[in-house]
Design a protein around this ligand. Structure first.
Ligand code: HEM
Length: 200
């Protein structure tokens, strides 16, 4: 049995649902209208379904070709890498929205949502483009990626200093997150006292 037609079919789910999620993130990020707020209530469901479809597409992609063939070609490696980043990026958007609730759209949080959504959109478009290359129907997006310095026919490569900056940024983010959580915890009202009384 060939899996390729199923992979093509499944790919429509993450592409469509995550594109809708991106539109909602952009709309809510730049607007506080009733429509934007109503659409935002749907966002966790759209993201959840998009991610489930993405995981199914990812798994089906891994068996389109024998895995040895996929991981021994730069294009196959790039496809796996970018598709995994894309799913990770949208998982972060979903986690932020679930954890932050509607307050994630307050100034500060909303720019993180917009930035992560835009990155997820770019990674989704790149994933589809690489699929086109694997199929022999390249799109023009790869020309844009080449102009930015990445030729998709070569395995994506990040210099050592980029990895060092990423690890340092992750450590700083963890330290900031833990100290912010501690500060919030220590300023919370003790049990039994109304918050206003304690914080006055
Ligand atoms: C969420 C993840 C993924 C998405 C959204 C996705 C999307 C796509 C799309 C849209 C195409 C067809 C392109 C076209 O018709 O022009 C395609 C083809 C393809 N993808 Fe994926 N893909 C994903 C993950 C993967 C993974 C992990 C692999 C593993 C290497 C993979 C391998 C392939 C292959 C081999 C083809 C060509 C199929 C053929 O020859 O008919 N994909 N993909």
């Amino acid at each position: 049995m060939t899996v390729a037609p199923y992979h093509h079919m499944l790919a429509h789910f993450p592409v469509a649902l995550l594109s809708i999620a991106l539109l909602i993130v952009l709309l809510r990020g730049f607007s506080d209208t009733d429509l934007a707020r109503r659409l935002d209530h749907m966002l966790p469901y759209v993201l959840g379904l998009g991610l489930l479809g993405g995981i199914a597409t990812f798994i089906s992609g891994l068996v389109v070709w024998p895995i040895e063939a996929a991981i021994s070609t730069p294009m196959g490696r790039n496809k796996i890498l970018i598709a995994a980043w894309m799913l990770a990026c949208w998982t972060v958007v979903l986690a932020l929205r679930l954890k932050g609730g509607e307050s994630v759209w307050k100034p500060g949080g909303k720019w993180l949502m917009v930035a992560m959504g835009a990155l997820g959109g770019i990674l989704a478009a790149t994933t589809g483009t690489l699929g086109g290359h694997l199929l022999g129907s390249p799109s023009r997006l790869s020309g844009g990626l080449r102009a930015l310095g990445w030729d998709v026919y070569h395995t994506y490569y990040a210099p050592g200093w980029v990895l060092a900056v990423m690890i340092a940024t992750a450590i700083v983010a963890i330290v900031v997150g833990v100290s912010a959580a501690r500060a919030r915890h220590s300023s919370a009202a003790p049990a039994g006292l109304p918050e206003g009384v304690f914080n006055r």
